[in-house]
Design a protein around this ligand. Structure first.
Ligand code: SAH
Length: 347
């Protein structure tokens, strides 16, 4: 049958996305396809850290009711059952949950895992309270497209007092990098395109952070932790912040960009489990986020780059971010002093 004919559509199935904002539906649809789940499941650092944090803490999971916020293919739900949970509830808005149900079934875990399709903020759970929340909510730059708001909603509504959150700590780091060649390719390119001045697009290119892997050899400064989120305490309003940073220059070199990454910690564990998405360690699908500066800073070992990082969820779509970075090279050489600021959009 022609798949475009009306009769091929299931006539009575309600569309769970109906009435949802376009950007919201787009977000959930992006998780329908198995490809994105393949990328996450194959991310060794990510998935192994969750598995270790859960398996190595059977004493915490034993006989507990667990909520898996944004369960996707139900991998974390299944880890929790294997660790001894009494029951796991997995919630996901995306249609991947249909496959998650089949996966749970073929693994013989259906009696221990209840999977619900819907928005976490709207579904009705079969338990009034849960002992543990597990969730993999992190986006690029930690907060881009992040569903942290959703985890906080679930925490406030369902988590028992003294309940546990896996993971429970996230820290954003910054560092300065030398990146002349690639900056020229991505930004300088617009100066002369087939003989024409394309600098209006140069401005646009500068406002868009790049998500890419950064070679550790390109890092010119020490890292600087800017913000740590404690998942037990953080409030949605804390995701808009303005914070100072200070980067100590480690060698004489140019600095073309500031990069950001995040570390994650499961501190409830007997032996705390952590992973980093920084340039100094193993690849993760979050890579790093590169913010090109307007100028090039010429730095000498021992000098500092100081400035302010601010972030605000976009007014129209909270999953998008408005980010600003100001920077100043604190040098005693007046010829090399430099400062500036730039605004970026992650959308
Ligand atoms: N836990 C899985 C999937 C993580 S990806 C794993 O670790 O592999 C995040 C998932 O959360 C996506 O499948 C997305 O559809 C879901 N999600 C995000 N916000 C949600 C919300 N508000 N309600 C329900 N599901 C949500």
């Amino acid at each position: 049958m022609d798949s475009n004919t009306v009769s091929s559509q299931p006539a009575l199935k309600a569309d769970p996305m109906e009435g949802m904002a376009h950007s919201e539906a787009h977000y959930f649809n992006s998780y329908n396809h198995h490809g994105i789940h393949e990328e996450m499941l194959k991310d060794e650092v990510r998935t192994r850290s969750y598995r270790d944090a859960i398996y190595q803490n059977g004493h915490l999971f034993k006989d507990k009711v667990v909520l898996d916020v944004g369960c996707g293919t139900a991998i974390l739900s299944m880890f929790a059952v294997k660790a001894g949970a009494k029951h796991v509830i997995g919630v996901d808005m995306s249609t991947i949950i249909d496959k998650a149900k089949e996966i749970v079934e073929v693994n013989g875990l259906s009696s221990k895992i209840t999977l619900l399709q819907g928005k976490m903020e709207e579904v009705e759970l079969p338990f009034p309270k849960v002992d543990i929340i597990i969730s993999e909510w992190m986006g690029y730059f930690l907060l881009y497209e992040s569903m942290l708001d959703t985890v906080l909603y679930a925490r406030d509504k369902y988590l028992v007092p003294d309940g546990l959150i896996f993971p429970d700590k996230a820290t954003i780091f910054l560092a300065g990098i030398e990146d002349g060649e690639y900056k020229e390719e991505k930004i300088g390119f617009w100066d002369n395109v087939w003989g024409f001045d394309y600098t209006p697009l140069k401005q646009t290119a500068l406002t868009e952070p790049l998500v890419d892997t950064v070679d550790i050899k390109a890092v010119v400064t020490d890292p600087c932790g800017v913000l740590t989120l404690d998942l037990y305490k953080v409030q949605p309003a804390d995701l808009a912040f303005t914070l100072p940073y200070s980067l100590t220059v480690r060698r004489n070199d140019f600095v073309h960009a500031v990069i950001a990454w995040f570390d994650i910690e499961f501190s409830a564990c007997h032996k705390p489990i952590k992973f980093s998405t920084g340039p100094h360690t193993k690849y993760t699908h979050w890579k790093q986020t590169v913010f090109y500066l307007r100028d090039v800073l010429t730095c000498e070992s021992g000098e500092r780059i100081t400035g302010i990082l601010s972030n605000k969820p976009n007014d129209k779509n909270r999953r998008d971010l408005d980010i600003a970075i100001s920077y100043k090279l604190e040098s005693e050489d007046p010829g090399r002093q430099g400062s500036g600021s730039a605004e970026y959009k992650m959308c």
